[in-house]
Design a protein around this ligand. Structure first.
Ligand SMILES: Cc1cc2nc3c(=O)[nH]c(=O)nc-3n(C[C@H](O)[C@H](O)[C@H](O)COP(=O)(O)OP(=O)(O)OC[C@H]3O[C@@H](n4cnc5c(N)ncnc54)[C@H](O)[C@@H]3O)c2cc1C
Length: 303
């Protein structure tokens, strides 16, 4: 028999976990469905040892500590269930609710909150020849200690790249941040006073440099002047974002996410929050995702 819930939350990243907390406080019988064997989404996968910025009201905290805090707030029982290793493949909404198709069978729910973030994704590569041959080129950082006193190049211009440069600076005084534009998308003011982080703009990567077969640096080129520089490196951290597979469960796509209306609805009974919710002015950060949830739970109460 298909099991029915008042609310199903798809994805157990930070937004799914926060949705679960609100749902359990408001007494919804809830199921969280997560495709991976663990919770935490991007925070667990991509930056468990980085500080999470912008969390109003919380002291500076590492990614893994933040997820632990969110999990400590949840009690799993008959009223709040978590299905790990279960990938949602399709959602069908009708007048009364939603049929949820998963890799482990079907569920139904009165309402669904989709919080699948990046969904299934792979990191955007550096784009230079043979980059897949070097273990010293990394796209996610589970830890920083191994970078102690190493020469590190951080590639990218978003907040996450800037955050990485700042975190690596705590263990190494040879950190460079390299971005292809003069302007950074992220907030550079957070490292403005950190004089030891060298910044190179507007530079693009050209070629991996090796010594005796081992990675020893990166040749970069100034996009405007075409000047080339050989930057020594022990590690290259690539933060060019991710390429999502773009699953939208049959819902309308918008940019790299799911199109929502002003109530964060994508279809009857299907709400969308967090990184996957797409609308004009969207900010892919935790606090904006929480604000979307506030609005979704207010709508659920009214209906
Ligand atoms: C390097 C880096 C640093 C960052 N630093 C900060 C920061 O300091 N402060 C900040 O506010 N934000 C930061 N962000 C952004 C922040 O992590 C995201 O905004 C946040 O993770 C979005 O949460 P989410 O729950 O919407 O999605 P995600 O974290 O992507 O979680 C989605 C979950 O859904 C699951 N899922 C996906 N598809 C399916 C499916 N089909 N079925 C079931 N489950 C599925 C995934 O496995 C995942 O667990 C950073 C991002 C990166 C990459």
């Amino acid at each position: 028999m298909i099991k029915h819930y008042e609310l199903a939350i798809i994805g157990a990243g930070p937004i799914g976990l926060i949705a679960a907390k609100i749902a359990s406080d408001q007494n919804y019988q809830t199921l969280i469905i997560e495709s991976r064997p663990h919770v935490g989404g991007q925070v667990t996968e991509l930056y468990p040892k980085k500080e999470v910025e912008d969390l109003i009201g919380l002291p500076v905290i590492l990614g893994e500590q933040y997820i632990e805090l969110l999990m400590n707030d949840l009690t799993f029982n008959d009223h709040l269930e978590l299905a790990l290793n279960t990938e949602v493949t399709n959602l069908e909404s009708n007048d009364t609710g939603v049929v949820i198709k998963t890799s482990n069978g079907d569920y139904t729910a009165d309402n669904v909150i989709v919080a699948t973030g990046l969904g299934v994704y792979k990191p955007r590569p550096l784009g230079v020849e043979n980059e897949d041959k070097y273990q010293e080129i990394l796209y996610a950082l589970k830890d920083y200690d191994f970078l102690a006193n190493k020469k590190v190049l951080v590639m990218g211009g978003g907040d996450s790249a800037i955050d990485w440069a700042k975190m690596v600076f705590y263990v190494s005084d040879d950190v460079s941040l390299i971005h292809r534009r003069k302007e950074f998308r992220g907030d550079l003011s957070t490292i403005e006073n950190v004089k030891t982080i060298k910044i190179f703009t507007p530079y693009i990567p050209l070629q991996i440099l090796t010594t005796a077969g081992h990675l020893s640096g990166l040749r970069v080129e100034n996009v405007e002047t075409k000047e080339q520089l050989d930057l020594p490196a022990d590690y290259i951290l690539v933060n060019y974002g991710n390429i999502p597979r773009g699953d939208t469960f049959g819902l309308e796509k918008h940019r790299l996410g799911i199109k929502v209306d002003e109530n964060f609805l994508a279809a009857p009974h299907i709400y969308v929050a967090g990184d996957v919710a797409s609308y004009e002015g969207k900010k892919k950060r935790i606090i904006p995702g929480m604000e979307e949830l506030d609005s979704i739970f207010a709508s659920l109460k009214k209906n």
